[in-house]
Design a protein around this ligand. Sequence first.
Ligand code: GLU
Length: 309
Amino acid sequence: MKLPFAENSTNQNERYVGRFAPSPSGPLHLGSLVAALGSYLRARQMSGKWLLRIENIDPPREQKGADTLIKRTLEQHGLCWDDKVIYQHDSHQYYEQALSALFNHGHSYYCQCTRKQRLANPKGQPCPCSELTLASQGSATVLRNTVGIREMTDIALGAIVFNSEMNDDFILRRKDGLYAYQLAVVVDDIHSGITEVVRGADILPATAFQLALYRLFKLPAPVYMHLPLVLGENGQKLSKQNHAPALINERAASNLCSALGILGLNVPLGMTNATVEEILCWAQSNWNEALIGNKANAFDNRIDAPDSI
Ligand code: GLU
C-alpha cells in the first residue's frame, strides 16, 4: 500500500526526530511537563530534532487559546522546539489519503452502529457491519484489525504484552466525521519522519493499534518510550479532564526539578537556586531512560484497553 505523503517524508538520513504532541484541551500540568521534558531530553541527547505538534483533531474538546498557553509554558520552561509548530488541522488531506488507501485495500469498513451497539458487540467477534457494504455517509470508518499486535518492546519499560482487546477492530474516523486519534497520530508521525515517540504511559495500550497501522502501511514504526504518569491525591493520573492544576510559569525551575524527580533523577540540593537553563543542561548530561526503570512498578506490563484519548 502506498501512502503518497510518506514518500517525501521518510527520514532519509535516519536522523533522530522526536516530538511532543499535546492536545489543546487545557493548559499544561505536571504530567504533561514530564512528557515534554522526557521527549526533549532524549532529542537533545541524540543531537536530534524536537518537534511540537498541537493535536487539535477534536474541536469540541479544544479550549480556546490553549495552544498559545502551551507554547508560552514550554518556552518559559526552556523547552524550545525546532521548526514550525505543526497543527493537526493542516493534515486532513493526509488523513484522507491514508483512509482511502486502507479502504481500497479492504482493510476498513463502514459501520453504522451506535457507541452502545459497538460496546454490546461480543469481544473478539467482528461487527456485523464488517460483512455489509454500507454508505460512507453517516458511518464510522473502522479498521479490520487483522494484524493483531500482541507485544512490543518499550525502551524504558521493556517487554510489553497487550491484552487481547488490543486486537479488536478500531475506529479510524468517527460517525461525526472527526478523525480518530489512532489514525491521526500515526499519519502525523510518518509525515514528520518521527524516529522515536516519547510520551506518557497512559498511551501505552493504544500503541498496539498504532503499530497495526504501521504494519498495514508497510512502514517502519518509530521506537517507543513511555514515561511514568503523575498521580494526583486521589490516586488518579493528572489530566486536563481531571482539572489538574496548570503549571505556574514563574516556578519553572522548581517544576522542572519535580518533573525530573518523576523521571527518576533527583536534582542535588546544591542546585536549588539554579536557573531553568542550568537545570536543563545538567539534566541533559545526567538523565537516561534506565532511571525510569526504578519506577517500573508504576506500570502493569499486561496492558488493558485504553481510555479514549
Ligand atoms: N495528544 C496526546 C495527549 O495530549 C498525546 C499523544 C501522543 O503523544 O501520541 O495526551
